[in-house]
Design a binder for this molecule. Structure first.
Ligand SMILES: Cc1cc2nc3c(=O)[nH]c(=O)nc-3n(C[C@H](O)[C@H](O)[C@H](O)COP(=O)(O)OP(=O)(O)OC[C@H]3O[C@@H](n4cnc5c(N)ncnc54)[C@H](O)[C@@H]3O)c2cc1C
Ligand code: HEM
Length: 412
C-alpha cells in the first residue's frame, strides 16, 4: 500500500484527483460502456461476470463507486484498504488472476476516452493509466496473499474443487440445503462463520458458465459444507433465477458441484460482547453459521431476530427453536408478513409485519453488543437506518452482507 505514495508523480495524483467530480457525474456511464466494450472484445469473460448483475446495473455501479473512491484516495490508498479487501475476497472467490487486470485497464481507459470525448485529454488518460497500474498492483498483491492462504491452510485448495452432494434437504417451500463433501475424500478447511463459497454451474443449454456465491449455512469444522439456496421465482416480466433453479431442479444427491475455497469479510469477530443476529428471508444463511457456532460455544448471549414472508418460506425454524429452547444464552424472535392460526401457537413467532423500531426496542440487549445482519437490499437499508439512528449503534459494531455487489446503504 505504501508504494502508492511514492510510485505516482505529484502531477499524476493532482490530475487523477481533479477528475473525481467528472467521474462522480459520469462514472456509471463510463463503466456501463466499459463492460459492453470489454465483453465484445473478450467474450470469454461472460463465463466469469454475473450477467444478471450486469442487466440490473448493479455491477457497473459497484465498479464506478470503487473507481471513484480510488480516485479520491489515490495518494493514500490505505484509506480504502477495507473496501479493497472486500472486493479482493470476491475476486479470489471467483478466481480473478493478475493477467486479467490489463484487460480491465485497457477497456476502462478506452471507455473513459470514448464517453468523455475532449474532456479526456492525453494528460488525463496517461495519469489514469499510471494510477490504474498502481491500483491494480494493490489488488493483485492483496489477492495473491488470499490465494496463498486459501491453498495452504489445512484442508485448503486452489481453484475449483469437486464436491459430491451428499444430502439435499428442503428447509422450506423455497429454500433447500445441499450437504457437500469433497469428492477426493480429503479434509475440509475451517472457515469463519459467515463466509461464502462460489459454485460453478455448467448448465446444459446455457452458452456460458454461471458463477454464484452461497454462504456456508452451518458451523465450521464439520465433515461437510452446507449451503442453503432460495429458489428465485420469475414473473411475467422477469425470468426465473438461473442457478438457484438449476440447483433446486437438476442437482440431486450423488451429483457433483465445483466450489472455490471459503472467502469473505463478513464473519463473526472475536469478542465477549452479546451478539445480535438479524435476518431477512434467505439472508439467514450466514447468520445460521454464526448462530450454530455461538450455540456450540455457549458463552455469549445471543439474540436472533428473523423476518420472513410466512412459515412456508421460513427455513430452519424448528432447528433454531430447538437450540433456543435448550440454551439459556439464546433468545429467538420471528416475524412474518403473513401469520396463520397455527403460527399463533408458536412462542417464537411474535409479530405480524416487518421489523420496526418499537419491536427492536423490546428485543435488543441493553449492553453494548455486536450486530450482524443480512437480507434483501431494502431490509439492509431499514435495519442499518434503525440501528444507527434510533439505537445509536456505532458503525464498528455493525456488520452486514450483500447477496450481490456491494452498494451504499445510505444513498441508494
Ligand atoms: C456473498 C453472497 C452470499 C450469498 N449467499 C446466498 C445464500 O446463502 N443463499 C442464497 O439463496 N443466495 C445467496 N446469494 C445469492 C446468490 O449468489 C444468487 O445471486 C442467487 O441464488 C440468485 O441466482 P440465480 O442464478 O438463481 O438468479 P439470477 O439468474 O442471477 O437472477 C436473480 C434475480 O434477478 C432477476 N432478474 C433476472 N433478469 C433481470 C433483469 N433483467 N432485471 C431485473 N431482474 C432480473 C431474476 O428474476 C431473479 O429474481 C449470495 C450472494 C452473495 C454475493
Ligand atoms: C483495479 C481493478 C478492479 C476494480 C477496482 C474492481 C472492482 C470490483 C468491484 C467494486 C466489485 C464488486 C464487489 C462486490 O461484489 O461487492 C467487483 C466484482 C467483480 N470483479 Fe472486479 N475489479 C477490478 C478488476 C477486475 C478484474 C481484472 C476482473 C477480471 C477480469 C474482475 C472481475 C470481477 C468479477 C467477475 C466480479 C463479480 C461480478 C458480479 O458478481 O457481477 N475485476 N470488482
Amino acid at each position: 500500500m505504501s508504494q502508492s505514495k511514492t510510485a505516482l508523480h505529484p502531477k499524476t495524483i493532482e490530475t487523477v484527483k481533479a477528475t473525481a467530480p467528472i467521474l462522480e457525474a459520469r462514472g456509471e456511464e463510463i463503466t456501463t460502456h466499459f463492460y459492453k466494450r470489454m465483453f465484445e472484445r473478450n467474450p470469454e469473460l461472460l463465463n466469469v461476470f454475473n450477467q444478471t448483475n450486469q442487466k440490473k446495473g448493479r455491477q457497473p455501479q459497484a465498479l464506478a463507486n470503487s473507481v471513484l473512491a480510488a480516485a479520491k484516495n489515490i495518494d493514500q490508498l490505505e484509506n480504502i484498504l477495507p473496501v479493497v479487501k472486500q472486493i479482493a475476497h470476491k475476486h479470489r472467490s471467483l478466481q480473478i488472476k493478475p493477467e486479467q487486470y490489463p484487460i480491465v485497464g485497457e477497456n476502462l481507459l478506452a471507455a473513459m476516452k470514448e464517453v468523455l470525448g475532449d474532456a479526456a485529454t492525453d494528460d488525463v488518460l496517461s495519469a489514469w493509466e499510471e494510477a490504474y497500474g498502481v491500483i491494480a498492483d494493490v489488488f493483485i498483491s492483496v489477492e495473491q496473499k488470499m490465494y496463498e492462504e486459501a491453498a495452504q491452510q489445512s484442508g485448503g485448495w486452489d481453484g475449483f474443487r469437486a464436491f459430491t452432494v451428499d444430502k439435499k434437504v428442503p428447509e422450506s417451500d423455497v429454500i433447500t440445503s445441499f450437504y457437500l463433501r469433497p469428492r477426493d475424500g480429503g479434509s475440509l478447511p475451517s472457515f469463519e462463520p459467515g463466509q461464502y463459497i462460489t459454485v460453478k454451474a455448467e448448465i446444459p443449454g446455457e452458452e456460458f458458465l454461471h458463477l454464484r456465491q452461497y454462504s456456508l449455512s452451518d458451523a465450521p469444522n464439520k465433515d461437510y459444507f452446507r449451503i442453503s439456496v432460495k429458489r428465485e421465482e420469475g414473473s411475467d416480466l422477469l425470468p426465473e433465477g438461473i442457478v438457484s433453479h438449476y440447483l433446486h431442479r437438476s442437482v440431486n444427491e450423488g451429483d457433483v458441484l465445483e466450489l472455490t475455497a471459503p472467502a469473505g469479510d463478513f464473519y463473526l469477530q472475536p469478542s465477549d460482547r452479546p451478539v445480535v443476529l438479524i435476518s431477512g428471508g434467505v439472508g439467514l444463511t450466514p447468520l445460521m453459521s454464526m448462530f450454530n457456532t455461538l450455540v456450540d460455544e455457549n458463552r455469549r448471549p445471543v439474540t436472533f431476530i428473523q423476518a420472513a414472508q410466512s412459515s412456508a418460506h421460513h427455513a430452519m425454524h424448528a432447528a433454531t427453536a430447538k437450540a433456543a429452547g435448550e440454551c439459556d444464552n439464546v433468545s429467538y424472535h420471528v416475524c412474518y408478513d403473513v401469520v396463520t392460526e397455527e403460527d399463533n401457537a408458536d412462542p417464537y413467532i411474535q409479530k405480524q409485519g416487518r421489523i420496526d423500531k418499537e419491536w427492536l426496542a423490546s428485543l435488543l440487549p441493553k449492553e453494548e453488543a455486536d450486530y450482524y445482519f443480512c437480507g434483501p437490499f431494502p431490509f439492509l437499508q431499514a435495519v442499518n437506518q434503525m440501528l444507527k439512528n434510533d439505537f445509536n449503534i456505532s458503525e464498528e459494531r455493525m456488520h452486514f452482507e450483500f447477496f450481490g455487489p456491494a452498494a451504499d446503504l445510505e444513498t441508494n
